[in-house]
Design a binder for this molecule. Structure first.
Ligand SMILES: *[C@@H]1O[C@H](CO)[C@@H](O)[C@H](O)[C@H]1NC(C)=O
Ligand SMILES: *[C@@H]1O[C@H](CO)[C@@H](O)[C@H](O)[C@H]1NC(C)=O
Ligand SMILES: *[C@@H]1O[C@H](CO)[C@@H](O)[C@H](O)[C@H]1NC(C)=O
Ligand SMILES: *[C@@H]1O[C@H](CO)[C@@H](O)[C@H](O)[C@H]1NC(C)=O
Ligand SMILES: *[C@@H]1O[C@H](CO)[C@@H](O)[C@H](O)[C@H]1NC(C)=O
Ligand SMILES: *[C@@H]1O[C@H](CO)[C@@H](O)[C@H](O)[C@H]1NC(C)=O
Ligand SMILES: *[C@@H]1O[C@H](CO)[C@@H](O)[C@H](O)[C@H]1NC(C)=O
Length: 459
């Protein structure tokens, strides 16, 4: 067995440049994965403030369970590829409370996989590259409806950050994650730029059934405050750019707020808020802007979603959200969806089969959810295969100030809502909402909102 000599373990005043290969990592060999992982973890644990860990432009195999914790002012400079061994056989696992450390992890887990890379308790972290570094999760070996049946969501995130401040991520490419790709939970002051996410089963430029079985391959999931994501692109089979809530249990933010996502390409389940599930600590997303996005053949496009909770005394909020200058080109499902999350596995979720399949249920958002000040401006939806949109609030607590300004659908599909185009509903149908098409010229159908006092109108 090869031994490596770690750079001196005392933190000196001078910043160090630590070369992974020169320190003993073996490139190009998957049989070196376990040793490479051990070395990487040892090097990450030894980083001092000011240090840079450099991965040269070669491929290094890893086994999962990479950990960086309690670090300040460190840089990971990745010019090559970190490639994770395929498959769950031999993937490192862990037990106990650590499984629920990430509050977004399915809570039932007593034993869970380790993330591919987990970063916690960091400040002033930089993930960079000269011209592009890659993490490859070999997701294909984890995807599929059958695998989902057996393992559900107990799959590793490719890169998971928890409790971090002042973070810059740039020029990294995230390929084929087994599960969510990039999660930054409870962060403050983070910038992500010039990054890409790709999770696709084949080269088809559509989200067909074959590709959609790359389940839960979320792109960028972020929660916290003061977050800027720009010049990035995502092609995946779940939420593309997702703003997740925080509540009063948060460390760096008690509500996810001040998030700007701009100049992006996205194709998957869309530019998403939530799902926001009401909690005792007021789960919350506030002041979010998505602007200048191009969405080719996306599944959903603009997607704001809440979940229901069986717990008493909970509350939640989605407020002050702007979507501006967005083009969707031939989206395959309902392009604009504002209402309950459509999913398989949460309490009183809106069924994935709704509304096509009779008796499939779609409960409205709970009355404990505040929905307010949501504006869609200059949105063009070109040739959607389905009806343009849904706005679905709770009659006991109508959504407030929902504005559609210059939201144009060209050649809208007729399924499932026919010539009403939009489904605007509360449930049951004593609604504070009416939809009709006012202006129609040629194949263009224009939907504009009037100012609603408290309730949502679309005409
Ligand atoms: C962080 O580290 C860099 C060297 O990588 C150094 O120039 C800088 O002064 C450090 N900043 C802080 C706040 O420690
Ligand atoms: C982060 O810091 C907290 C509080 O100091 C500690 O309990 C926790 O174990 C740390 N997490 C990790 C992954 O190091
Ligand atoms: C890595 O090498 C490849 C060719 O071998 C090159 O195309 C690429 O730009 C290099 N990346 C970096 C970050 O130097
Ligand atoms: C969060 O991370 C910081 C280091 O950046 C640490 O001091 C703090 O204890 C951590 N808090 C928790 C609750 O983990
Ligand atoms: C988005 O896609 C267009 C081509 O359709 C390309 O010109 C542009 O650079 C892409 N933007 C990003 C951020 O990837
Ligand atoms: C909303 O967020 C933006 C950053 O996207 C920030 O510049 C602005 O100050 C925030 N507004 C409020 C009222 O906090
Ligand atoms: C909605 O916007 C109005 C006008 O800017 C503001 O007065 C109100 O506080 C906002 N509502 C919420 C819940 O933030």
């Amino acid at each position: 067995m090869r031994r490596w000599v770690l750079p001196c373990c005392l933190c000196l005043a001078t910043a160090r440049w630590l070369d992974y290969e020169e320190s003993g990592a073996t490139p190009g060999s998957s049989s070196a994965a376990a040793q490479n992982t051990e070395l990487l973890n040892a090097m990450l644990a030894s980083l001092c403030a000011g240090d840079t860990l450099f991965v040269p432009n070669k491929t290094f195999w890893l086994a999962g369970g990479v950990l960086l914790q309690n670090a300040r002012n460190v840089t990971l400079h990745l010019d090559g590829t970190l490639e994770f061994l395929p498959g769950r056989a031999g993937w490192p696992e862990q037990e106990g409370v650590i499984c629920n450390l990430n509050p977004l992890q399915p809570a039932r887990a007593k034993r869970c996989v380790k993330e591919a890379i987990f970063i916690a308790n960091v400040s002033k972290l930089t993930l960079t590259s000269t011209s592009g570094g890659t993490l490859n999760g070999h997701g294909k070996s984890w995807w599929g409806y059958l695998q989902y049946f057996f393992h559900g969501e107990n799959r590793p995130r490719l890169l998971s950050i928890y409790n971090g401040t002042d973070i810059l991520v740039e020029k990294w490419n995230f390929l084929d994650s087994a599960y969510w790709t990039f999660t930054a939970l409870d962060v403050a002051r983070m910038e992500i730029r010039h990054c890409t996410v790709s999770a696709r089963v084949d080269k088809s430029d559509d989200h067909d059934l074959g590709n959609m079985d790359a389940l839960n391959t979320d792109g960028f999931d972020v929660a916290g405050r003061d977050i800027h994501i720009h010049h990035c692109s995502v092609w995946n089979q779940d939420d593309c750019f997702t703003v997740q809530p925080r509540d009063r249990t948060g460390i760096n933010a008690d509500c996810t707020e001040n998030v700007l996502v701009e100049h992006v390409n996205a194709s998957g389940l869309g530019l998403t808020i939530g799902a926001v599930r009401p909690t005792p600590g007021h789960n919350c997303v506030r002041n979010v802007t998505f602007r200048d996005a191009y969405m080719l053949h996306t599944f959903k496009g603009i997607y704001l979603k809440s979940q229901n909770s069986p717990v008493e005394g909970v509350s939640g909020e989605i407020s002050n959200v702007l979507y501006e200058d967005i083009v969707m080109d031939r989206p395959s499902q309902v392009p604009i969806w504002i209402g309950p999350a459509q999913e398989a596995d949460s309490y009183k979720a809106c069924s994935l089969l709704w509304p096509e399949v009779p008796f499939a249920d779609c409960s409205p958002p709970g009355a404990s959810m505040l929905w307010a000040n949501i504006t869609l401006r200059n949105i063009r939806v070109l040739n959607p295969k389905q009806s343009p949109g849904l706005v679905y609030g709770n009659p006991d607590r109508p959504m407030q100030n929902i504005h559609f300004e210059n939201v144009v659908t060209v050649n809208p599909g007729l399924r499932p809502w026919g010539r009403s185009y939009y489904k605007c509903a509360s449930w049951p149908l004593q609604l504070a909402c009416s939809c009709s098409v006012l202006a129609s010229s040629g194949s263009e159908t224009l939907f504009v909102s009037v100012d609603p006092q408290r309730t949502f109108y679309l005409r």
